[in-house]
Structures are given as structure tokens and as C-alpha cells.
Design a protein around this ligand. Structure first.
Ligand code: C2E
Ligand code: MG
Ligand code: MG
Ligand code: MG
Length: 287
């Protein structure tokens, strides 16, 4: 009986593998059509300046409206897009869309400093030797004030090939663009690299922000990252702020920028425009 059971679970396992790879394969096929069928959309999540309680910019986040599966989150398809190389065309589309959008917003809602847009770069994109010139061309094409584009890359993307990263980032910085290190604290970058990389800001990962309220030690970690950023002359953004208490603590720790569901989830373009025209001020009394 035990033998039978063993064989059955083996069969089930194989069946499972098959369904899994079939659906992965199907997703990959669907992904190939998605661009042409305009199933991709950028959503925008506000990034607040905590000092004034107003929107300073947005992060662009890709969404895939699949014809039968509904909204497919990026974690389910970015990796496939990377493995197949589709990320290159997709990434270029994202940059164009984001630049053209923020340029429009800068015109419609002028403020000092101008509204910015954060755009995520994947490792495959970053390994393209012509990435920097491609991005510079897009910025020129849309006549975007380059301070308005903030490229977000994770520590692992930057650490992949540090020398080439320094070269690409230096070029982009000379073009006037802004570089952010995303999910800061979750990777394994050494402080000496952090110092060598020409970056402009750190985004504190959500996991640190989450635990901040419950534990003094975690609040100290966030405070220490903020101090580190100040010492290195970097801007600092907290990710994943979900409660007013987190927002207050962050403001008290002199973290200037924050984004998260407490302020707004990522929203489609029209809703983001509406948020800007409301010119809403979030009242955050620091502690
Ligand atoms: P990320 O760049 O760290 O983006 C932040 C993620 O946290 C987003 O998830 C956002 O919706 C989510 N988030 C923001 N505030 C909160 C909050 O208060 N609570 C919670 N629970 N989540 C919050 P999303 O849009 O699902 O994106 C996940 C990841 O996929 C991104 O992480 C990024 O690495 C990647 N991604 C998204 N869009 C793009 C893109 O256009 N290009 C590339 N290369 N990667 C992208
Ligand atoms: Mg990001
Ligand atoms: Mg992030
Ligand atoms: Mg993240």
C-alpha cells in the first residue's frame, strides 16, 4: 500500500510539474502578444515630501491586464521577460511612457523642484552597453527636465558588475538624471561600494518600515540608515508606509520622502492626475 501511495504522489508531482511548466510556457507566449495588444499599463504611486505633506513625484509600476487572467502582478512576469529578453523592448516602452507622462505633469503642475518619476530598471536592462545613451535619447526626445527622471535599481543589479555600473551611472548622472538604490538594506552591498557608486538616493525597504512601530531596535535601524544617507549627502525615501504612525516616526527621524498605501496605492494615470489637481496636503505631526 505504501508503495502505491509513493507512486501516486510521484505521479501527482510530475503532473504538477507539467501543469506548472505548461502555464509558465503559456504565460510566456501570452507575454509575447501583450505589448502589441497594448495590455501593459503604467500605474503611478505618489511619493510624498513629508516636510510639506505634498506629492513630490511618483514611482511608475508596470501592470499587465491579461485578457483572461485579469491583472497579473509584475513579480509573475518580470522574470520571464528578463529570461526571454523581452524586458528590453518592454523597458524601453516603460521609459518612454513614464517620461512623456511626467513631462505632461510638469507642464500642468509646475512646482519647485519639478515633479519626478521613478522608473525601475532590471538587471538585464542594466547590462545593455547602450542603456545610458538610450535613456539619454528618450529624455531629450520628450524634452524632459532630466532631474525629473529617477532611475531605480536594486543593490544586486548594481553589484553585478560594479565597474560597469559605475561607468553607466556616471554617464547618466552627467546627463543630469537621478539614481536611486531600491530596496536598500535587503541586498549585500558593502559600504565601500555604496560610497563608490554615483547614486543620489536610498529607498529604505518596506521590511524595515513594517517593523518600526513594534520594536525600538528597528526604529533605530531606520534612523541609522537615514543618518547614513545624510552623511553621504543622499536623499532618503521610505517604502511601504501603511500607517500614520509610521509616517510620523519617519518624519521625526528626518526621513524626507515616503511612499506607501497609507498615502495611496499605485493608481492609473487619470487618478494620479486627479490627485495632483486636488493638491492635497497630508497632515503629519512628527513625534
Ligand atoms: P519595487 O520597485 O520595490 O516597488 C514597490 C512595490 O511595493 C510595488 O509593488 C508597490 O505596489 C508595492 N507597495 C508600495 N507601497 C506599498 C505598501 O504600503 N504596502 C505594500 N504591501 N506594498 C506596497 P509592485 O507594483 O507589485 O512591484 C513589485 C516589484 O516589481 C517592484 O518592486 C519592482 O522590482 C518590479 N517592477 C514593477 N514595475 C516594474 C517596471 O516597470 N520595470 C521593472 N524592471 N520592474 C518593475
Ligand atoms: Mg522601485
Ligand atoms: Mg522598492
Ligand atoms: Mg521592494
Amino acid at each position: 500500500k505504501a508503495k502505491n501511495k509513493g507512486r501516486n504522489s510521484q505521479a501527482i508531482f510530475q503532473e504538477d510539474m507539467r501543469t506548472h511548466s505548461v502555464s509558465q510556457f503559456q504565460l510566456e507566449m501570452d507575454l509575447r502578444d501583450a505589448g502589441e495588444d497594448q495590455q501593459f499599463q503604467l500605474y503611478y504611486q505618489p511619493i510624498l515630501d513629508l516636510n510639506i505633506g505634498k506629492i513630490a513625484g511618483f514611482e511608475a509600476l508596470i501592470r499587465w491586464q491579461h485578457p483572461n487572467r485579469g491583472l497579473v502582478p509584475p513579480i509573475e512576469f518580470i522574470e520571464i521577460a528578463e529570461d526571454t529578453g523581452m524586458i528590453l523592448a518592454m523597458g524601453e516602452w516603460i521609459l518612454k511612457e513614464a517620461c512623456s507622462q511626467v513631462q505632461q505633469w510638469q507642464q500642468q503642475f509646475p512646482q519647485q523642484p519639478p515633479l519626478f518619476i521613478g522608473v525601475n530598471l532590471s538587471s538585464r536592462q542594466f547590462l545593455q552597453p547602450n542603456l545610458a545613451t538610450t535613456i539619454a535619447n528618450i529624455v531629450h526626445h520628450y524634452r524632459l527636465d532630466p532631474r525629473g527622471l529617477k532611475l531605480e535599481l536594486t543593490e544586486s543589479v548594481a553589484m553585478n558588475d560594479v565597474d560597469s555600473a559605475i561607468q553607466q551611472l556616471t554617464y547618466l548622472k552627467d546627463e543630469g538624471l537621478h539614481i536611486s538604490l531600491d530596496d536598500f538594506g535587503t541586498g549585500y552591498s558593502s559600504l565601500s561600494y555604496l560610497h563608490r557608486l554615483p547614486i543620489d538616493s536610498l529607498k529604505i525597504d518596506k521590511s524595515f518600515v513594517d517593523r518600526m512601530e513594534t520594536n525600538q531596535e528597528n526604529e533605530n535601524i531606520v534612523g541609522t540608515i537615514v543618518t547614513l544617507a545624510q552623511r553621504l549627502n543622499l536623499d532618503i525615501v521610505a517604502e511601504g508606509v501603511e500607517t500614520i504612525d509610521q509616517a510620523r516616526l519617519l518624519k521625526g527621524l528626518q526621513c524626507q520622502y515616503a511612499q506607501g498605501y497609507y498615502f495611496s496605492k499605485p493608481v492609473p494615470r487619470n487618478q494620479a492626475t486627479k490627485l495632483l489637481s486636488q493638491n492635497k496636503i497630508w497632515q503629519i505631526d512628527d513625534v
